[in-house]
Design a protein around this ligand. Structure first.
Ligand code: SAH
Ligand code: SF4
Ligand code: F3S
Length: 436
């Protein structure tokens, strides 16, 4: 069958879609970039905010033009919305043929055989057998790869649906992760991003706390693996050992995504985040003193139930104080089944929008200033491909995860080059090619 995959959501979902594509290809199916030509459409869904779910329904409705198809394609809907809605999804999307959970991507080929055999409504939701140790993957990019080190989450932040859609945290063994990383590097991958909802608790479920720090040090031994990144680092579990490993490891990049969520201790407690602002700031200081030039980014939520103007201002003050390189900002979205969704919410939507705008404005000013400080420096850029600006223009990332656009002739995709930074914006840098 010709299949097309549409992915919503986070990097973990992108990685899962690579497993879906890899196992379907291994079973003899073919991938097509054209949904209209597909005989099988796989949709990998995200439930983290209402907006993501609305986009999913919008997308499914946009597929509904049978004129484009002689025969309607098989529709397989999986991932976090499937886990969240379970049986209800069949009622909402009766056109679906297969509904599969967050641990069933590798089982798609069998489900398709069953669907071809005439079975209607194939259900592959949790609990299921664990993922195979080394599933087939079809990487999106020949030089960069996602590498899941754990699945699920034990933190139960009060607003968050993820522990409900992905189950408890289960770590892959470090031997498995290292074998995958070495195999990827041997295939030409130069940058890997380790994935887990909380990489800092990696190994805890195996009775091996502190395993993330030793994993980083082992990854540094892999020849030709030039860059190691990781997502996401929970502040409450960011240990001194991990910070020391980041500082000691040559391929671990000088970039940490450290979600703060809010600046008020009352809100942080209501979110069940497990740290105070003071403890968070202490981690930031430790990172900055151990890793000179480390770039920091964060996630912030405005309009958590009951957030007062003063509490919101504590978020602004924290952002002003910390001076992140960048931030992902969200309006709180109540998720059915989470404790926060039961809290009384007196904050008007318009107020939440105003707070979001204020926060974005502040962070944009800071990002611009932080990026401006890069001007004049020569930085190592890993070129990811041609830039959207057109011909003979390339785009890539610094070790600190900043986007750099620069003109140069020749094919630089997948190369490490030196670029002198000549201009800075809020979201990217511009520069001049210096050489390989
Ligand atoms: N495990 C990661 C990522 C979780 S989802 C972590 O803990 O950082 C990514 C981000 O989405 C979160 O950091 C949070 O800022 C945001 N988010 C999660 N649930 C949300 C909700 N109900 N409403 C608004 N933003 C939410
Ligand atoms: Fe959600 Fe919190 Fe787990 Fe992140 S750490 S996935 S925000 S419950
Ligand atoms: Fe990721 Fe969305 Fe699921 S953020 S874990 S795809 S709910």
């Amino acid at each position: 069958m010709r299949f097309f995959i549409r992915t919503f959501g986070c990097q973990m979902n992108k990685s899962d879609s690579e497993v879906a594509a890899g196992t379907l290809l291994a079973a003899g199916h073919q991938e097509t970039p054209e949904p209209a030509e597909a005989e099988l459409i796989v949709i990998n869904t995200c439930a983290v905010r209402e907006h993501a779910v609305e986009r999913l329904y919008g997308y499914i409705n946009s597929l509904k033009s049978p004129a484009k198809h002689n025969q309607a394609p098989l529709l397989a809907i999986g991932g976090c919305v499937a886990e969240q809605k379970r049986g209800r999804l069949w009622k909402e999307l009766p056109q679906a043929n297969i509904i599969f959970g967050t641990r069933a991507f590798h089982l798609l080929p069998q489900a398709i055989e069953r669907a071809i055999g005439g079975e209607a409504r194939i259900d592959l939701l949790q609990p299921l057998e664990p993922l195979p140790e080394h599933p087939s993957i079809r990487p999106e990019d020949p030089w960069r790869a996602w590498l899941p080190i754990s699945r699920g989450c034990n933190n139960f932040c009060s607003y968050c649906v993820v522990p409900h859609t992905r189950g408890r945290e289960t770590s892959r063994s470090s031997a498995t992760v290292l074998a995958d990383a070495a195999a990827l590097a041997a295939q030409g991958v130069r940058e890997i991003t380790l994935l887990g909802q909380n990489v800092n608790s990696y190994g805890n479920d195996l009775g091996k706390p502190g395993l993330f720090a030793s994993l980083l040090l082992s990854l540094d031994e892999i020849p030709d693996l030039r860059r190691v990144r990781f997502l996401t680092s929970h502040p409450k579990d960011l240990s001194g050992e991990t910070i020391a490993a980041l500082a000691a490891s040559a391929n671990a990049c000088e970039y940490v995504h450290l979600p703060l969520q809010a600046g008020s201790d009352r809100i942080l407690a209501a979110m069940n985040r497990g740290y105070t602002l003071e403890k968070y700031l202490e981690r930031v200081t430790a990172l900055r003193s151990a890793i000179p030039g480390v770039a920091l980014s964060t996630d912030l939520i405005v309009g958590f139930p009951g957030e007062t103007e003063e509490e919101f201002e504590e978020t602004l003050a924290a952002v002003e104080h910390i001076r992140y390189d960048s931030a992902y900002t969200f309006i709180y979205s109540p998720r059915p089944g989470t404790p926060a969704a039961e809290l009384p919410d007196g904050v008007a939507w318009r107020t939440k929008e105003t707070r979001l705008r204020q926060l974005i404005e502040l962070q944009s000013t800071i990002s611009q200033q932080v990026n401006q400080a890069c001007v004049g420096r020569i930085l190592e850029v890993f070129v990811t491909g041609p830039s959207r600006r057109g011909e003979a223009s390339w785009t890539g990332r610094t070790r600190t995860n900043k986007i750099v656009n620069f003109p140069a002739t020749g094919d630089l995709a997948g190369r490490f080059v030196s670029v002198e930074i000549t201009s800075a914006g809020v979201a990217s840098l511009g520069g001049q090619y210096v050489g390989r």
